[in-house]
Design a protein around this ligand. Structure first.
Ligand SMILES: C[S@@+](CC[C@H](N)C(=O)[O-])C[C@H]1O[C@@H](n2cnc3c(N)ncnc32)[C@H](O)[C@@H]1O
Length: 285
C-alpha cells in the first residue's frame, strides 16, 4: 500500500544501504538477521511521512532535511530497555566500594566537584539510580561535594521521558519500599515521580557516542556508567568509545559496563576489578 509503510518490502539492497547509514551515524550495527527489525521500525516512520519506499527514506536522510529526520531515525532504531537498580550487585559495588574509593581520590585532588556520566541513559532509570546512591551518601562519603550527574542519550524521545521523571511500578521493581518512599512522590496507583532532590542532581544532554571529538566538551568524570549499549556497536566503534571514556576519567576512577559486556580486548588503559558478583574497569594510574 502506497504511503503506509507497513506492507512495504525492504529489499536486500535497501537493507544494506540503510544499515550502513545507521552504522555511520550512530555506531549501531545491524546484522542481516536484524533486517526485520529495521524494516518494521523504519516502515513505521515511512508510513508517518507518507513516503513510498525505503530508498525514498534514505534519500530524505541524505538530503537537506536529513539532520532533522535523524532525530526520528534514532528514536526508531534504538532499543531503550532499562530499569531502576538494574544489575543490583553492580549498583551495590558502586555504592559500597567504588564511591568511597573515588570520593577519596576526588577529595585529595581538591575542589568540591564530583561528576558522574551516565552515557546512554535511556529514560532516566540509571542516572536516577545513581542519584539515589549519591543522595544517600551526601552526609557521609560525599559530604562537602557538589554532585553532578550528566545523563546523555542519542534518542530525544527517551530523554524527554527521563526529564519528566514519572514511572510505573514495573520499572521500579528492584527498589526496596524504603527507597521508593524516600526518593519518589506517589501521584496515583501506579504513578510515581522522582523527587526534586534527585532531579536537581541530573542534567540531561543529547549526545551521540560516535561524536568522538565532542567527548571532551562534557568535562572530566569520577565515574562513567555505560551499560548495555556497547553490545550494539562493532569492534571499531567500541574501541573508539572506550578510548573516549578513558580520556574523560581521572586516574584510578571507574568505567562500569553492562553485565554481559566484556571490554577487555579494547581497554588497555583499564584494569578489570572484581567485586562480589560484579566487575568494573579502573583506569590505570
Ligand atoms: C538498552 S539501553 C541502556 C540504558 C541504561 N544504560 C541501562 O543499562 O539500563 C541503550 C541506550 O543506548 C542508546 N544509544 C544507542 N546508540 C547510542 C549512541 N550512538 N550514542 C548515545 N546513545 C546511544 C539508546 O538510545 C538506548 O537508550
Amino acid at each position: 500500500m502506497i504511503g503506509s509503510g507497513s506492507s512495504l518490502q525492504m529489499s536486500a539492497q535497501d537493507f544494506l544501504a540503510l544499515r550502513d547509514f545507521v552504522y555511520n551515524r550512530s555506531g549501531i550495527y545491524f546484522r542481516e538477521t536484524k533486517k526485520y527489525f529495521l524494516e518494521t521500525r523504519m516502515g513505521r516512520r515511512i508510513g508517518e511521512l507518507s513516503l513510498n519506499s525505503y530508498s525514498d527514506y534514505l534519500k530524505l536522510l541524505q538530503g537537506p532535511g536529513g539532520s532533522e529526520e535523524l532525530k526520528f531515525l534514532f528514536n526508531e532504531v534504538t532499543t531503550n530497555e532499562t530499569s531502576f537498580w538494574r544489575n543490583p550487585p553492580q549498583i551495590e559495588a558502586f555504592q559500597n566500594i567504588i564511591l568511597p574509593e573515588v570520593a577519596d581520590i576526588a577529595r585529595k585532588r581538591g575542589g568540591n566537584r564530583f561528576r558522574i556520566w551516565s552515557a546512554a541513559c535511556s529514560s532516566g532509570e540509571e542516572p536516577y539510580t545513581l542519584a539515589m546512591v549519591c543522595v544517600e551518601a551526601k552526609d557521609t562519603v560525599l559530604r562537602g561535594f557538589n554532585v553532578e550527574i550528566i545523563a546523555t542519550d542519542i534518542s530525544e524521545r527517551v530523554m524527554k521521558l527521563a526529564a519528566l521523571g514519572q514511572y510505573g511500578s514495573y520499572t521500579l521493581r528492584n527498589l526496596t519500599p524504603t527507597r521508593l518512599r524516600m526518593h519518589f512522590d506517589q501521584k496515583g496507583d501506579d504513578d510515581f515521580e522522582v523527587k526534586p532532590e534527585l532531579k536537581r542532581l541530573v542534567t540531561y544532554k543529547n549526545f551521540n557516542l560516535v561524536d568522538y571529538q565532542n567527548y571532551r566538551t562534557l568535562g572530566m568524570f569520577d565515574v562513567i556508567f555505560c551499560r548495555n549499549v556497547l553490545i550494539y556497536f562493532d569492534d571499531a566503534v567500541k574501541t573508539k568509545t572506550i578510548h573516549g571514556f578513558l580520556e574523560q576519567l581521572y586516574p584510578l576512577t571507574y568505567l562500569m559496563v553492562g553485565h554481559s559486556e566484556s571490554i577487555h580486548a579494547y581497554a588497555t588503559g583499564f584494569e578489570l576489578i572484581h567485586f562480589s558478583m560484579a566487575t568494573g574497569y579502573r583506569k590505570k594510574a
